[in-house]
Each structure stands twice: as C-alpha cells, then as structure tokens.
Ligand binder design. Structure first.
Ligand code: PHB
Length: 395
C-alpha cells in the first residue's frame, strides 16, 4: 500500500468513527494502550549475537524505568531480519502495517537498514537505528523521524589511519566484506591513512557473509605489508581472527580494524585476538562509574558480558525514554518528541555523546588493544568525531 493510500484509509476511518460518535473512546483507547515497539534485528546468521545484545541493552534501559515509556506499558514485537537485504522492506512493512508499531528498533546490517529506511520515510514511523552505519541514512536521506544511536560506517575508521602511522605501519592491505558497511568503512580508512602518509598496497574483499578467507590470506602473505586493516563483525570476525593467526600472519603483520572486529568474539577467537588494535566508540575497560555499573547490571541480568552492541541498544533505549518522558508517553506528539531527541545528550557507558543535527552521534573514538580477552583502552584516538552528514538538510 502506498503512503498516500495509507493516509487516506486512516483518515477515512477517523471520519467514520467521528460520525458514529465513536471518536472519543477511540482516542482514549489509543492513549491508554501500550506503546508498541518493534524489534527488527538479526536473530540467526553471522550477526545473531549482535541482535540479541542490542535487544538486551534496549530492554535494560526500559527496565530502569520500571519497564515503561513516558508512564505507559510497553508491548514488544519481533522479526528476525536474518541480515537479508532482500526481505528488508517486507519485514519492516509487516511490523508497521500488521503490528502497528509506534517505533521500529533496527537493525544491524546496512543493506537491510535501507529497507527499513524506505518504510520509515514512507510511513513516517519513528525509526531508531541501533547499529547499521549506512551513510545515506543520516546524510542525503536523513529524516526527522530517523535517529541513529550507533555510528556511521566511516566514523571508527576515520580514527584508524593516524594510529597506524604513529606505530610506523606505512604500508597496509585492506580487507573486508564487499557490501555497504565494508565499502564505507574503507572510505574512512582510506582518508585517514593516506592523509597521515600511509600507502594502501591492495584492497581485498569477499561477498557477505562468506568466511572462506584462505586464498586472501595467502595473497596477504605474499604482499608482506606492515599491517592489515579490516572491517568484519560477528561470527565472521571470530573466524577471520582465528584464520589470520592460524596462517601465522599475526607474527609479522600487525592487524588493525574498526572495533567491531573484536566485539563479542573474544571468547570464540581466544589467543588469536591478542594484540589486535582497533578504533571504536566503546571499550570494555573504560574506567568510569557509568560503564562499571552498566557492565555489572548487564552481566547480572543476562548472564553475559556486554559489548558495543549492548551499549548501542541501551543508548537506543535511553534516547527513546528521553523522548517519551518529554511527551508523557504521547508518541503521537511528534514535534515535541523529535525536539526532545534532537540534540539530546546521552549519558552512555561509552561516555557522554550528543545527537547531531543529522541524527547521528558525535562521539570520541578510543584506541583499544586486545589483552586477555578484553578490549583495553590505550587512549583516545580522536575526540568528538562527527560524520560530515553530506547532503542532509536538517538543522
Ligand atoms: C553494518 O552492516 O552496517 C554493520 C554490521 C555489523 C557491524 C557494523 C556495521 O558490526
């Protein structure tokens, strides 16, 4: 159904209700109903753990409010998006039209996000992006009803190049999955590394979510760079770390990545991850009361260690709580809802961050090193990294 038809159908229903005297009970019902939250996340496949961590983090933020949003109870709807872009529009449409959610929370994969984004822009439903970094969502196609609490794909790698050059790694090979997230992570890496004076000797890739790395690792060995930089995440990242070490490459070649490489995979990767350097807007070892409390509460509640995805899910919940409290649960009051979320400052376990005019976080990027199954902070690689928001006309 097109947006226009949807609008016409809804207004026809309202007129019908008014003429039969049913309008008042209808409004009262709408106000006292539960807030309908739709999770569209991967619960299977290489990003399955990421989806679970995001949902857990989101629920934790709401639990801190007695499970309510602006005083209203909450009802959850869930769709496994399988990280499958071909089903993105259909899955998001199901949540909006069949389940009539007030807010869509999703997703992880940039390609699937484009499906959600189309549905969000067409329907006007509030869309909160807890991970997927696809640039256009907060650049040329930014929208008043779309807020991202995570990053743009080039934000972490914009902080990577200088750190690599400071360690004397002047010649690098880049490797990733060939899809939006990998391509855009490369954009940030290319800019920061070449501006710092580094040379990219080869760009390698394989289709998402393929994990047959062997031939590419053999090629890397023959190229003999100072360093390898990459974007991988989830189950595929764990496999890449293990294969890189098993091929003996970690002995002579320093491995770098955007921090997703070592998020939520350190048990699965074991010793293979030791010494890997990454840039990211969070680190397990951030020594702040805020982070320590979050980690303890999360571990107690879910019997799992939190990672960056859990933090992003949590921050998505915090943002929605802020908005919902400002409108006392009336999520239909969109101008006031968006005004409260626009420019919001979020007191996150990652450190305080501010929502940009294009609705993407302005945040510090930490340099981290894996030691004993933990991402240890070495320092701040870059402060207050903002996405350029090219083409966004908001704000
Ligand atoms: C993405 O597809 O945008 C994506 C997926 C996993 C990550 C980061 C970005 O960890």
């Amino acid at each position: 159904m097109t947006t226009r038809r949807l609008v016409l159908t809804r207004s026809a229903a309202v007129i019908g209700a008014a003429s039969t005297g049913l309008l008042l009970p209808e409004i009262v019902r709408a106000q006292s109903d539960k807030v309908r939250v739709g999770f569209m996340l991967p619960y299977t496949g290489t990003f399955a753990q990421l989806g679970v961590a995001i949902e857990n983090g989101f629920r934790m933020a709401l639990n801190e409010q007695g499970g309510k949003l602006g005083g209203r109870e909450v009802e959850f709807f869930k769709v496994d998006d399988e990280s499958n872009p071909a089903k993105g529009i259909e899955n998001a449409t199901r949540l909006v039209q069949r389940d009539k959610v007030d807010v869509l929370v999703g997703t992880v994969h940039s390609g699937v996000q484009m499906g959600i984004h189309k549905v969000a822009r067409d329907s006007g439903v509030l869309s909160l992006i807890p991970n997927a970094g696809v640039h256009v969502a907060t650049r040329a196609q930014c929208a008043p009803n779309v807020f991202r609490t995570s990053f743009t794909n080039s934000q972490p790698t914009l902080a990577l190049g200088k750190a690599m050059m400071e360690r004397g790694h002047k010649k690098a090979v880049w490797i990733t999955w060939n899809y939006a997230a990998g391509d855009e992570a490369f954009e940030g890496f290319e800019k920061s590394y070449t501006e710092a004076g580094g040379t990219i000797i080869k760009k390698l890739g394989l289709p998402f979510p393929n994990v047959e790395f062997q031939a590419l690792l053999t090629e890397i060995a023959s190229l003999n760079p100072d360093a390898v930089a990459c974007f991988f995440a989830g189950g595929g990242a764990a496999k890449f770390l293990r294969d890189f070490a098993a091929a003996g490459l970690n002995k002579n070649i320093q491995l770098y990545g955007s921090g997703f490489l070592t998020e939520g995979v350190l048990d699965a990767a074991g010793d293979a991850a030791n010494g890997v350097l990454t840039t990211m807007h969070y680190s397990d070892s951030l020594d702040t009361p805020r982070n320590k409390k979050f980690r303890l509460d999360y571990a107690k509640t879910f019997k799992l260690q939190p990672d960056v995805y859990a933090v992003q899910g949590y921050d998505t919940g915090l943002l929605l709580v802020k908005g919902a409290n400002a409108v006392k649960g009336d999520l239909n009051n969109k101008p006031a809802l968006y005004a409260a979320m626009n420019g919001a400052e979020i007191d996150s376990p990652r450190g305080k961050w501010k929502m940009s005019a294009a609705h993407n976080p302005i945040q510090d990027m930490y340099l981290r090193k894996v030691e004993n199954k933990e991402n240890k902070v070495i320092g701040i690689a870059q402060k207050a990294v903002a996405d350029p928001a090219t083409g966004c006309r908001m704000g």
